[in-house]
Design a protein around this ligand. Structure first.
Ligand SMILES: NC(=O)c1ccc[n+]([C@@H]2O[C@H](COP(=O)([O-])OP(=O)(O)OC[C@H]3O[C@@H](n4cnc5c(N)ncnc54)[C@H](O)[C@@H]3O)[C@@H](O)[C@H]2O)c1
Ligand SMILES: [Zn+2]
Length: 361
């Protein structure tokens, strides 16, 4: 057993546990029988073929490629038919093994197939372990529009094993760290400084990574337990995302989500500093942390018109204003601020990208 053990999350469906475990395959073995159906990321199934072989012999299973196309609503008819063909009935528990895409597919299926099934999650990416696994959301693409539909359907149990992160592409590790920086920023200046001071060790030492991974989930727990349905306080979780989503669109999704969110946090801080809402000292130190985490992605091609269109269409916007989620005052309090999308805002965005080295087109 790892030193860390368990977090419990209160949800509208009751309490569910997040267990930190050393051997995910042993746990899957214990769970596997004909009343569970494993939904497994294709890359994970290939990388861990040997460890998964006896598990998939005992239980029905489905292997899915983790692509945005595969979480489009149009794929769900066939998937539902296929799952019923391999024996999924009302009493079956779906067990997701993969990152956020496999989570979204399994969660949405568990919310709707036979009007609701139990589901269990083994997150295998850092982003899913440190952030998306808790919070109940499923997000499904519709007609090419990302995350347009979804449900709030918490899993029955989550098992986290950092053993999976060893095979992750390093870029995916930085992407997960981007979300960890986000929640630490939301927790305030002291937690952000603590994360920053440990950044290099988090990348090197499993025990440090586990500590900050658990801390990320504890911070998120504090928010989702008071606003599971995203009606107010949970809005702060969008810090870095208003700019981040627009950056993803403007770079044709070539920048991994958590890295776009890192750049989005950097823009949010620069914006706050430009409005005298945070000090130069705080901004400089936060920018130092973000710059370590975005690798070379600030040299990407970025279509500025697409960026401005996307940011003006953000679902949080009211009227013609852009709703930014930005840090304020020296405690780094994250709050919503309505900003008119006028020429000075356009100028701010453009000069930010030029200054950071983007190839603005
Ligand atoms: N529902 C939510 O609350 C929520 C929150 C955030 C993000 N999301 C969604 O999650 C998706 C992104 O998820 P993600 O970043 O976890 O990645 P992902 O599921 O897209 O996986 C990224 C890549 O890593 C591979 N992979 C997964 N685990 C691996 C491992 N252990 N070793 C090697 N390769 C592995 C996958 O096959 C894939 O190629 C997006 O679709 C996003 O919209 C959902
Ligand atoms: Zn995110």
């Amino acid at each position: 057993m790892s030193k860390l053990s368990k977090i419990e999350i209160k949800s509208y469906k009751g309490i569910y546990a997040v267990d930190f475990i050393d051997d995910a395959f042993k746990k899957m073995e214990e769970l596997s029988n004909s009343n569970v159906c494993f939904i497994i990321d294709k890359n994970v199934s290939e990388l861990y073929k040997k460890q998964l072989s006896s598990i998939i012999t005992k239980s029905p299973h489905f292997i899915i490629e983790a692509t945005e196309e595969n979480k489009d609503l149009s794929k769900f008819t066939q998937l539902a038919v296929d799952l019923t063909k391999i024996g999924v009935k009302r009493n079956v528990t779906l067990v997701a093994v993969g990152g956020g895409i496999i989570q979204d597919i399994t969660c949405f299926m568990a919310a709707t197939l036979f009007r609701g099934l139990n589901w269990v999650f083994f997150p295998t990416t850092l982003l899913a372990q440190a952030d998306s696994c808790i919070g109940s959301k499923s997000s499904i693409n519709v007609g090419g529009v990302k995350n347009l539909m979804g449900t709030f359907t918490p899993p029955n149990h989550i098992y986290i094993s950092v053993q999976f992160l060893k095979t992750l592409n390093p870029v995916e590790v930085y992407s997960g760290i981007g979300e960890m920086i986000k929640v630490h920023g939301i927790a305030g200046i002291e937690k952000l400084k603590e994360f920053s001071a440990n950044y290099d060790l988090i990348l090197k030492e499993d025990s440090k990574l586990e500590h900050f991974l658990m801390q990320s989930l504890l911070i998120k727990k504090g928010i989702i337990e008071i606003d599971e349905f995203d009606t107010g306080p949970r809005l702060v979780m969008n810090y870095g995302h208003t700019f981040g989503h627009a950056i993803e669109s403007a770079t044709n999704y070539k920048i991994p989500h958590g890295i776009a969110v890192t750049i989005g946090q950097s823009m949010a801080c620069e914006y706050s500093f430009s409005q005298n809402l945070i000090s130069k000292e705080i901004n400089d130190s936060a920018q130092g942390l973000f710059a370590k985490n975005w690798l070379d992605f600030c040299k990407s091609d970025l279509n500025f018109d697409v960026f401005m269109t996307a940011i003006q269409k953000d679902k949080k916007n009211v009227g013609k204003n852009v709703s930014l989620i930005i840090p304020k005052n020296n405690a780094f309090k994250i709050e919503k601020q309505e900003v008119p999308a006028d020429s000075s805002f356009v100028q701010f965005c453009n000069s930010y990208f030029v200054k950071k080295g983007f190839h603005v087109i």
